[in-house]
Ligand binder design. Sequence first.
Ligand code: SAH
Length: 349
Amino acid sequence: MDKAVALARRMAAGEALTGGELLTLLEQRTAESAEILRAAAVETARKTFGNRVYLRGLIEFTNYCKNDCYYCGIRCSNQKAERYRLTPEVILACCDAGYDLGFRTFVLQGGEDSWWTDDKLCSLIAAIKENHPDCALTLSIGERSRDSYAALKQAGADRYLLRHETANACHYRRLHPPALKLENRIRCLYDLKDLGYQVGAGMMVGAPGQTLANLVEDLQFLQKLQPHMVGMGPFLRHRDTPFANEPDGSAELTLYLLSMVRLLLPKVLLPATTALGTVLEGGRERGILHGANVVMPNLSPADVRSKYLLYHDKLATGAESANGLAQLRRNLKAIGYEAVVARGDAPTL
Ligand code: SAH
């Protein structure tokens, strides 16, 4: 029998595979091994989450960034990026609108923007939590000091998304300027966990220079970190970055990895990402059908949505309108899932 199929069956049965075996499962993957993993991943997600899909309202609140990540469209060297920063009033209005639509988690994501000091962020967080005490608040604003993470937590933030991007130091250097170090990224993740945040890590699939062995390192890193969430989508090129001519990551490999992550971390919160929705028609639904259980529609105001361009042709349709969300709910319903009005906290690990 084909090796990947045998390994997929073992993984589906809950057996732990060695690094070498995970690599073979990736290298020699076939439609059949993919289907075995997919079916087992869906079953595993159902055991914890039933047919419920959690919604997160994504608010891209600033695209100013002091970093210069080679893959990212809002890197500081990109002179063509039209910079914007939402005011606290606009952000609060986004949350109010999102609340009325049924969102109970808001995700504030942005570049590393020094204008947003701890004090300003803390006031914003406190105001959001005061207006919506029954909602969870997730931050995704990059690397900060432990003290800063502690202050933001104290102000009311519940969760933090900080993808590790790649667990291989050499590959990390291929994607980032020398000032950014894998070591620090990992320090941040452990600090966040230690401070009591629900933490999300993750990687881009098909990032330039990435090997399948690197992805095995990512999977092993995730197993070690035991994050509450894993954000994973395909790399997509942006024309005004050094990676303008690199090939996009594959949707097929992303789906395969979603299933693997679901089996490795059965209770993890796993979004079907915007990037997956961008490369693949119906990508979000396909993600759910490969073991994902979260979707993060965009709640940013329409006039700035086209400016938060991490990559090309980013899906800009969101749930900002009642119509958009109703459509998403219908699409999920059509595949047997229900988008629920709930905070959707991480189940206890
Ligand atoms: N500044 C924050 C938020 C970054 S944007 C931080 O540092 O965490 C969120 C994620 O988008 C990044 O972590 C990265 O994995 C992803 N991303 C950035 N550029 C991308 C691209 N070109 N293709 C696909 N994903 C990308």
